[in-house]
Design a protein around this ligand. Structure first.
Ligand code: CU
Length: 219
């Protein structure tokens, strides 16, 4: 896994295509012990970001295409977060990708223990019209055989996760556990498995000039 060695600021001078602002979508990976991305169907524009936060036990984000569910794009290329083992509530680092175009972007988890992709752990950005829907991708995934893992991490950056536990150990799980809504599911993400479609979190309001404000990335 890439480790943050410092922070740098990157100012995006390209406005969102809607002329207003770019957005970030927070996506949980395996939250609530479910083999799901949440949300799993996002409509995004060029320059928008998706920030993946990882939950136990060991998930990944891999890009594929519709025709090859649970297989890396072009056999090897594309987005890959690596496997992110998590023992605590959330992993210490998030994986952030930037939407490069508005073509459909298919993502899955390549964990073979439990066959996560075949069990439906997949998502889409900019879902195409029928018949190539997310639902159909998941149907095809059931028959896809063993998931494949890309050889190298790429296609995104890691950022510190402000919601991660700093102790490195699992929190108490019985009498002193916080209310269910407190920590395991980010605010704004409804209880899975029913994930919303599309836009539920806006990262920053427009500043009026069409530019996104500076944003820190792990470098
Ligand atoms: Cu997984």
């Amino acid at each position: 896994m890439a480790l943050a060695t410092g922070l740098r600021f990157e100012i995006k001078l390209s406005a969102g295509l809607d002329g207003g602002y770019l957005r970030n979508f927070d996506v949980t990976v395996g939250a609530d012990k479910q083999l799901k991305f949440c949300p799993d169907n996002v409509k995004a524009k060029v320059g928008d970001t998706l920030t993946f936060s990882f939950f136990p036990k060991n998930h990944s984000v891999v890009q594929s295409d519709f025709a090859h569910p649970c297989k890396p794009l072009n056999g090897h290329g594309g987005i890959f977060s690596g496997f992110v083992p998590v023992n605590t509530t959330q992993g210490p680092q998030n994986f952030v990708i930037t939407v490069k175009d508005e073509k459909p972007l298919w993502l899955y988890c390549a964990q073979t223990t439990g066959n996560h992709c075949q069990a439906g752990m997949a998502m889409v950005v900019n879902e195409p019209a029928a018949p190539n829907t997310l639902a159909q991708y998941k149907e095809n995934a059931k028959l896809s055989g063993i998931s494949e893992v890309p050889p190298a991490i790429g296609g995104g950056v890691f950022q510190p996760n402000p919601k991660a536990s700093s102790s490195g150990t699992a929190p108490p799980s019985t009498a002193t556990a916080p209310p269910p809504s407190a920590s395991t599911v980010p605010a704004g993400c409804p209880v899975c498995p029913v994930c919303p479609t599309g836009e539920y979190k806006w990262s920053q309001p427009s500043t009026g000039n069409g530019y996104k404000r500076a944003r820190a990335f792990a470098g």
